[in-house]
Design a protein around this ligand. Structure first.
Ligand SMILES: NC(=O)c1ccc[n+]([C@@H]2O[C@H](COP(=O)([O-])OP(=O)(O)OC[C@H]3O[C@@H](n4cnc5c(N)ncnc54)[C@H](OP(=O)(O)O)[C@@H]3O)[C@@H](O)[C@H]2O)c1
Length: 265
């Protein structure tokens, strides 16, 4: 595949599905070059062919972001092949229900934390020093409204997204005055494979394309933290201040995310 030209470059993890794919298309339509990352690189390649992306404007990298060496190797390969990105979107994530009274669900919880939390840090790592040296760049962590308060049955996911919010806030402080921005995005509900089995109402559900348009605005308007859509932003502010007793009562009877069934041995 030919090297990318002088268009701005975005590096997106989780680019084989849902939000990552929609963000990739949004950036491409704005004239950007793409570095697309996931485990299922064949799915990305098929999608790129279907979208008739110009071969010179994208490259595909295989990585399992839950494995820091794998995530760092993909980032390094991008630096060597396409240069220092202008924008890095750490989007790859999984959402598994867990019941931590069951031993096997501790393994599921570890996988969620490795993917959603360590995956964000490992996806940023190789880019931080070159961006700081250049004095510009944007690092975007995809968190979730589910990171604001705990939800029954969703302990692993809520804990992981709360950690993403705190991690990005810490990094933002560390990179203050370096020219590198750290942006935390908290999607509400987006219609992707990740939410399609949710057994509870999903207010203000967006299509991935609608989410990508709103995220694009937030990322290009110098926001450091945005809940998308705005209706969820109001809900998020209320969630933040509700006393625990009231929050607990509001959740009585709410459906739970199905447990992740470990593969049969
Ligand atoms: N959909 C929503 O309502 C919603 C709401 C809030 C936050 N979010 C967050 O938005 C992000 C994207 O979610 P989505 O809804 O677009 O889900 P999705 O359609 O299931 O896509 C998830 C993406 O993450 C990648 N991924 C998962 N584990 C990975 C790993 N270990 N290494 C590399 N890539 C991995 C998948 O690629 P491969 O399987 O090919 O590796 C896939 O491209 C997630 O962080 C999610 O938590 C989503």
């Amino acid at each position: 595949m030919p090297a990318t030209g002088s268009a701005p470059l975005v590096y997106i993890t989780g680019a084989s599905s849902g939000i990552g794919q929609a963000l990739a298309l949004r950036c491409y339509q704005a004239g950007w070059s793409l570095a697309l990352v996931a485990r299922r690189t064949q799915v990305i390649a098929q999608w790129a062919a279907q979208m008739q992306l110009e071969p010179g404007r994208y490259a595909i990298y295989e990585a399992d972001v839950a494995q820091p060496d794998s995530a760092c190797a993909a980032a390094q390969a991008c630096l060597e092949r396409q240069g220092v990105p202008d924008l890095v979107i750490a989007n790859a994530g999984i959402s598994w229900g867990v019941d931590t009274s069951r031993r096997e669900d501790l393994d599921a919880m570890r996988q969620v934390l490795d993917t959603n939390v360590m995956g964000v840090a490992a996806s940023f790592q190789a880019f931080i020093a070159p961006m700081v040296a250049r004095g510009s760049g944007r690092l975007v962590g995809i968190a979730s409204v589910a990171g604001i308060r705990g939800l029954p049955g969703h302990a692993a996911y809520c804990a992981s997204k709360a950690a993403v919010i705190a991690y990005c806030e810490s990094l933002r402080g560390e990179l203050r005055d370096s020219g590198v921005q750290v942006i935390t995005l908290l999607p509400g509900y987006v219609d992707t494979p990740l939410t399609q089995r949710n057994p509870y109402p999903m207010p203000f559900l967006l299509s991935p394309q609608q989410f990508a348009d709103k995220a694009w605005k937030a990322m290009t308007q110098n926001k450091c933290y945005a809940i998308i859509p705005w209706q969820m932003s109001i809900a998020g502010r209320v969630m933040n201040i509700l006393p625990g007793r009231i929050w607990d009562r509001l959740l009585v009877g709410r459906g739970r995310k199905p447990r992740h069934e470990p593969p049969a041995k």
